[in-house]
Design a protein. Structure first.
Length: 336
């Protein structure tokens, strides 16, 4: 099989021919049909974060494909079934976090495309209990971005506690943001979309955003405050100044939900204002298996649209460069 491999941090990925992986106990093998390119893949390939993957490895945590081999102990999954393989490759299932519905906080978790090989390959392995069945009728190229971009923003809207008639700012309209706009609208919110490119702001309008804020020329916080301030801001732009602007645009009692992970990023919070305004600053990391099942249910019901473009796996380095230049409107989906 062919796979895109990180051999060394900061260097181009290498397309390699590798033997087909063999599933171990509790594992399945899938023939990958589509694999979304997430900014996390780029951070992984560059070794940007404090906890680093160990090269060589295959990135990709939005893999969708057909099960073509079963390891022992994989009841509930069938050959020929279409499944998605998310960031949460496996959790222990017995710690406090797992038992309380927060398996994404498990300290023993294994992350797809980071601590184990991921989906930027023709075939990949997954743990059967964490592979998510894809409902019939969902195109695998649409299911791929939903597997991370979808479930991550869906969870962020949940964590924000968004309610009807609230003002929600979505900062950064792209692979994640275009879905966050839709989930906030499904929750009944008035949505303010913040970005720095015309095409992404136009996409946000097309997907239901009520207010467009061009951060190149508008004072983001001032515009939000002119509308009463945001009840919640979902921070998706990989830029520290965007976090600060979203925070400043909150109303009293508002919530800043941090999702994007700029390399080495920090945010300075004014203690006085945070305390007196009753502001909440919350980190939100992907979503659980149940969250992903709900994301697929919403999409199967026609409630969401996935904006993507397909490219061959061989274009992975070119695609990474385009993402870093901001030239991708929403999501690149690689086809092995």
């Amino acid at each position: 099989m062919q796979a895109a491999v990180v051999r060394a941090f900061g260097e181009p990925l290498v397309l390699e021919d590798r033997p087909d992986p063999e599933p171990g106990p509790g594992q399945i093998r899938i023939r990958v049909e589509a694999s979304g390119l997430c900014h996390t893949d780029i951070h992984a390939a560059h070794g940007d974060w404090p906890v680093k993957p160990q090269p060589p490895f295959v990135p990709g945590h939005e893999g969708v494909g057909i099960v073509d081999k079963l390891g022992p102990g994989t009841a509930g999954i069938s050959l020929g079934q279409r499944v998605a393989v998310p960031w949460l490759g496996r959790a222990c299932g017995s710690c406090e976090h797992c038992l309380s519905g927060w398996e994404t906080l498990c300290e023993q978790q294994v992350n797809t495309g980071y601590s184990t090989d991921g989906g930027h390959a023709q075939k990949s392995l997954a743990w059967a209990r964490f592979a998510q069945p894809v409902p019939d009728g969902i195109d695998p190229r649409e299911a791929a971005p939903l597997t991370c971009a979808g479930v991550t923003t869906y969870k962020a809207v949940k964590v924000a506690g968004v309610r009807p008639a609230q003002l929600v700012a979505v900062s950064g309209i792209g692979g994640l943001g275009h879905l966050a706009v839709q989930y906030a609208k499904i929750a009944g919110a008035t949505v303010a979309a913040v970005d720095v490119t015309d095409d992404k702001l136009a996409l946000a309008r097309e997907l239901g955003a009520d207010l467009l804020i061009d951060a190149r020329k508008d004072d983001v916080a001032a515009v939000l405050k002119a509308h009463g301030g945001a009840h919640a801001a979902i921070a998706l732009a990989v830029d520290e100044s965007a976090f600060a602007a979203a925070y400043a645009g909150l109303r009293r009692g508002g919530k800043l939900v941090m999702v994007a992970l700029p390399a080495g990023g920090t945010v300075q919070l004014p203690i006085f204002d945070t305390v007196l305004n009753g502001t909440s600053v919350i980190g939100s990391i992907v979503g659980t298996r149940q969250d992903l099942a709900e994301v697929f249910q919403l999409h199967a019901a026609g409630r969401t649209r996935v904006i993507y473009e397909t490219r061959p796996l061989s274009s992975v380095n070119e695609s990474i460069a385009d993402v870093l230049r901001g030239e991708i409107t929403a999501r690149v989906v690689l086809e092995p």
